[in-house]
Design a binder for this molecule. Structure first.
Ligand SMILES: *[C@@H]1O[C@H](CO)[C@@H](O)[C@H](O)[C@H]1NC(C)=O
Ligand SMILES: *[C@@H]1O[C@H](CO)[C@@H](O)[C@H](O)[C@H]1NC(C)=O
Length: 359
């Protein structure tokens, strides 16, 4: 009897929450005042793209046949994979026809244990003036990971190639997790400021702060269609720290945060409640209302795993069949490039299968 009552009670709460969350989603669309609207479907799609960039088998990634290259990302065509072996960075560029968009995805850090990387984040200095933006300061390391490696030239060249093959009207969606989110935001800003791109949107997952308040203001003017998703108690978005007594001097997130708080009953996570936060970047009622204490929240977003199969290495695997797409520079960095849209890679990889299916 008591047991039954308790279940009824939980069911009632559950029903209330469901109606509440769907109700608020409708309200959000209505009360919008010219600010870009957060799109949940797009978020759960881009998190899958972000998850795939962690895969180390480049052949499967290039042909989009990896185990994470499925679901909402089906049919994606990779144009370029970049592995900066020197700095242990990985990124790809490709075209999602269903989204009418070029997708650029950056991997998070892979070379140390995640715990070490997170504890280093406490001490990152604002030690670089962002070029041509008075008073804007950023962290040199995050900036350089995008701007001073093989990543930037390869990404920009691949975007040009994609537009040539698939049409100039494609939108550009830039995404990444953790440090990959930091790189995604520098990349998007670069595309707008230096490449004159107009339809650039950004969605990052668990990204750290990258610059100060002045940087955040420039950023949000130039790349307004940006959403930083934060999962519950994820520690990384709380770093490097924000000191609210010195708002002009410390790190400061750019808008717009979307905080996904886990709603659990009896320790079972039922679903995430999404809150689209204010336009300051540092909404005190969102993730800042809780302590950033969780590394496991950092590694899963919308139930999708965001990490490599292994830590502490920068290993990659490239099959022989990729030889014609593969290029290596003098420093050992690896690129896989496709010049024209084609399906020939998949066909040469499994000729027997192709034959069977055509019978
Ligand atoms: C949200 O994004 C999806 C693609 O992921 C798109 O099909 C849909 O039209 C978008 N919704 C709105 C309201 O823009
Ligand atoms: C770029 O990297 C090189 C070494 O890889 C370094 O000497 C140079 O100072 C860096 N430039 C910037 C602006 O960080």
């Amino acid at each position: 009897m008591g047991q039954q009552k308790r279940w009824l009670f939980l069911l009632a709460i559950f029903a209330c929450l469901l109606s509440f969350s769907s109700g608020s989603r409708v309200l959000k669309l209505k009360s919008d005042d010219g600010r870009p609207v957060y799109n949940h479907t797009l978020a759960i799609t881009l998190v899958e793209y972000t998850s795939a960039v962690y895969m180390s088998d480049l052949s499967e990634l290039f042909t989009w046949t990896c185990e994470r290259c499925n679901g909402l990302t089906k049919g994606f065509e990779v144009i370029e994979i970049i592995v900066d072996v020197e700095h242990c960075l990985q990124a790809y560029v490709g075209v999602a026809k269903d989204l009418n968009a070029i997708i650029i995805a950056f991997r998070g850090t892979q070379e140390h244990s995640i715990q070490n990387w997170v504890s280093d984040l406490f001490w990152k200095q604002l030690d670089l003036n962002y070029p041509d933006m008075p008073d804007a300061m950023v962290h040199h390391g995050f900036y350089s990971a995008y701007h001073n490696t093989t990543v930037r030239p390869a990404v920009l060249e691949a975007v040009k190639r994609a537009k040539k093959s698939y049409g100039a009207s494609l939108n550009i969606m830039v995404t990444g997790h953790s440090m990959g989110g930091a790189m995604a935001s520098f990349c998007a800003l670069d595309l707008v400021v230096n490449e004159g791109e107009e339809n650039v949107q950004v969605m990052t997952f668990g990204q750290p702060r990258v610059g100060n308040a002045a940087f955040a203001s420039y950023y949000s003017l130039l790349v307004p269609n940006t959403f930083r998703i934060i999962h519950d108690h994820d520690i990384v978005p709380h770093l490097p720290p924000y000191y609210h007594l010195f708002p002009q001097k410390t790190y400061h997130h750019f808008p717009t945060e979307v905080w996904v708080a886990d709603l659990s009953i009896l320790n079972i996570v039922l679903f995430g409640v999404e809150k689209v936060c204010d336009n300051t970047g540092e909404d005190p009622t969102c993730s800042r209302s809780v302590m950033g204490t969780s590394i496991s929240d950092h590694l899963t977003y919308f139930g999708v795993e965001l990490m490599g199969e292994t830590w502490r290495q920068c290993n990659i695997v490239v099959g022989r069949e990729m030889e014609s797409y593969r290029r290596k520079d003098s420093k050992g960095n690896i690129f896989l490039s496709r010049t024209v849209p084609s399906m020939e890679v998949i066909e040469t990889k499994s000729p027997s299968k192709t034959r069977i299916s055509s019978l």
